[in-house]
Design a binder for this molecule. Structure first.
Ligand code: TIU
Length: 294
């Protein structure tokens, strides 16, 4: 078994792998320690991507954002799973009693349906409702971490900081929706906490194309004031191909012993995902002794 503390030492993606390789990015290429890097997918929920959800009730046409971001994220997610990179999904949403939803947020604007109102995918932006869940194309594996967040930033009132620290994560590949709201807020929070953030331009989307462009510019301006901007092709070509992938997968088999309960999914995770309580859900970080993180 590999504990979270051992993650960066014994995972399939090893420290120093691809040393000297620089990921193409703006404002300048960046060398990352891939064993200390996590893929962070922000709020790819039905509530933001499908008609009848929170995004649409705010007055937005949600279909262009979905058309834009899903495929690039899916490609990087697939590669991250193959190489054993830590994958973290987030979901914005609130408790059914709205005790974690500030009135200032619930009352703002003039949406057709407010947070907590019943909609076609269940109550708008409420945990446990169909609309709150992640879209099928990017659905988390049981072994992946899902962070439920009440705010726009993924660090506010969540366990994300603790989880990343336990796994020795220093760098974040960030994608999701929307570029200027939850992606930007999270990147700013992460930057202040010392993480190197590389935002995947084609893996992000906004309901407003101009905000998407400006949201990315704000991150990479002034020498990368909040982080770097790259894209899915650069990540895939630069990091998940050739010797790196071969070494990574071989390394995994060398050192990983499965017991009868372990269900490794298509070589997709450094941890096997056996979890006593089942589904990907709130607070599914590996804090429980009932969770197998071998
Ligand atoms: N409205 C909008 O652009 N975004 C949000 O409300 N949440 C996220 O960005 N996830």
């Amino acid at each position: 078994m590999t504990s979270p503390e051992e993650f960066s030492r014994s995972g399939r993606v090893r420290h120093g792998e691809l040393k000297g390789h620089k990921l193409a990015a703006e404002p300048e290429p960046i060398e990352l320690d891939w064993a200390a890097t996590a893929l962070l997918i922000i709020d790819m929920q039905r509530d933001f991507m499908e008609p009848g959800g929170f995004g649409e009730t705010l007055g937005n046409d949600v279909s262009p954002a979905r058309a834009r971001a899903v495929k690039p994220i899916a490609a990087v997610l697939d590669a991250a799973r193959d190489t054993g990179m830590l994958v973290v999904h987030t979901r914005e949403g609130h408790l059914p009693d709205l005790s974690d939803a500030p009135p200032a947020k619930v009352e703002r604007g003039a949406p057709s349906l407010r947070i907590g109102d019943p909609g076609p995918m269940g109550r708008i932006l409420i945990r446990g409702e169909a609309g709150h869940d992640i879209i099928p194309e990017l659905y988390p594996l049981d072994s992946e971490i899902v962070i439920d967040k009440p705010g726009k930033g993924a660090f506010y009132a969540t366990e994300l900081g603790d989880v990343l620290q336990r796994y020795g994560i220093e760098n974040l590949l960030v994608c999701g929706v929307t570029t200027e709201v939850c992606v930007n807020t999270t990147v700013r929070e992460a930057n202040d906490r010392g993480y190197r953030c590389v935002v995947l331009a084609d893996g992000c989307a906004s309901y407003f194309p101009e905000f998407h462009e400006m949201g990315l510019k704000m991150i990479k301006a002034q020498g990368g004031i909040f982080g770097w901007v790259s894209d899915s092709a650069a990540v895939l070509q630069g990091t998940f191909t050739g010797d790196f992938k071969t070494l990574a997968v071989a390394g995994h088999h060398d050192e990983h012993e499965h017991d009868g309960d372990c269900r490794q999914v298509r070589l997709s995770s450094r941890h096997c995902g056996r979890r006593a309580t089942g589904t990907p859900s709130s607070a599914s970080a590996p804090t429980s002794s009932s969770t197998c993180w071998c």
